[in-house]
Design a protein around this ligand. Structure first.
Ligand code: ADP
Ligand code: MG
Length: 267
């Protein structure tokens, strides 16, 4: 089991390679100035192109903050973030974000909500691309339905579609499945893996579910209690394709869950 415990060592620029989609170097984030809340402290990690990485950690440890930093939605005071070869400084092209709660507009149907995602990003979507997205999301027949006519899982699929329709190279997801029942969550997890495998995107998923992180990821990053520091990077060497029940039956799956629970201080 490859567990890299992260000491206080400085990030070495020598380790950066051109294949990194994301490179986070010694990032600290303060809210309310340097005397205020320290949300993240000296965090460094790289994410390779097409890698699926989850970030886990206790509530309030800075997970959402980390994702917002990656998306360029909030500034950072110390360190540096590079995304797709560019220094992150404000909103980034090629990056899609899915938030914890879907932000669908209730007066727009499924297609119009999807189109909105593209409009905001300034991307034009052809009728064929829209039909393909509806198919990918498993929403054929629901194109003209409004959000209140959809199940929670369907609404989440539309929200994921809003990010995917711009064809981002990097997909950032902040606990997108947190509020769903277990069965719907399993289905959406598999849907996400299918899309990731088919389209070779780089995915960063924030989750509070250790088992979800193990089921989906190539690697899991563990943050400590606030101020969030990176305490471990754990490679998940489970075979792919993965499938919820078969993968969970793998003895190694249980070992990873136990290891990550220990690293998070959960007994
Ligand atoms: P998580 O997603 O891991 O639950 P967050 O990243 O949302 O945690 O928050 C990390 C810490 O930063 C928390 O203590 C939170 O109160 C604080 N924080 C987050 N956003 C802001 C903000 N805009 N202003 C002040 N403090 C904030
Ligand atoms: Mg959060």
């Amino acid at each position: 089991m490859a567990v890299e415990l992260v000491q206080a060592e400085k990030h070495s620029p020598m380790k950066q390679s051109r294949e990194n989609a994301i490179s986070v170097n010694n990032i600290s984030k303060y809210f309310g100035g340097f005397d205020g809340v320290i949300a993240l402290e000296d965090v460094s990690f790289d994410i390779a192109d097409s890698e699926f990485v989850s970030i886990i950690g206790p509530s309030g440890c800075g997970k959402s903050t980390m994702l917002r930093l990656l998306a360029g939605l909030i500034p950072y005071e110390k360190g540096d973030i590079t995304m797709l070869g560019q220094h992150v400084d404000g909103g980034m092209d090629g990056v899609g974000m899915v938030f914890q709660t879907d932000n669908l507009l209730p007066w727009l149907d499924v297609c119009a909500n999807l189109k909105l995602g593209a409009d905001i990003a300034g991307v034009t979507v052809s009728a064929a691309a829209m039909a393909e997205m509806i198919e990918t999301l498993g929403l054929v027949g629901f194109e003209k339905n409004f959000p209140h006519e959809l199940s929670g899982g369907m609404r989440h699929r539309v929200a994921i579609g809003q990010a995917l329709i711009c064809n981002p190279q990097v997909l950032l997801m902040d606990e997108p499945f947190g509020a769903l029942d277990a069965l719907t969550r399993d289905r959406l997890n598999m849907e996400l893996l299918r899309i990731w495998q088919a389209e070779k995107k780089t995915v960063v998923l924030i989750t509070h579910s250790i088992s979800e992180a193990v089921l989906l990821s190539d690697r899991v990053l563990v943050l400590s209690d606030r101020p969030g520091k990176l305490v471990a990077k754990v490679e998940i060497n489970l075979p792919r394709p993965r499938e919820p029940s078969a993968t969970r039956e793998d003895r190694l799956f249980g070992d990873y869950v136990v290891k990550l629970s220990q690293l998070m201080g959960v007994n």
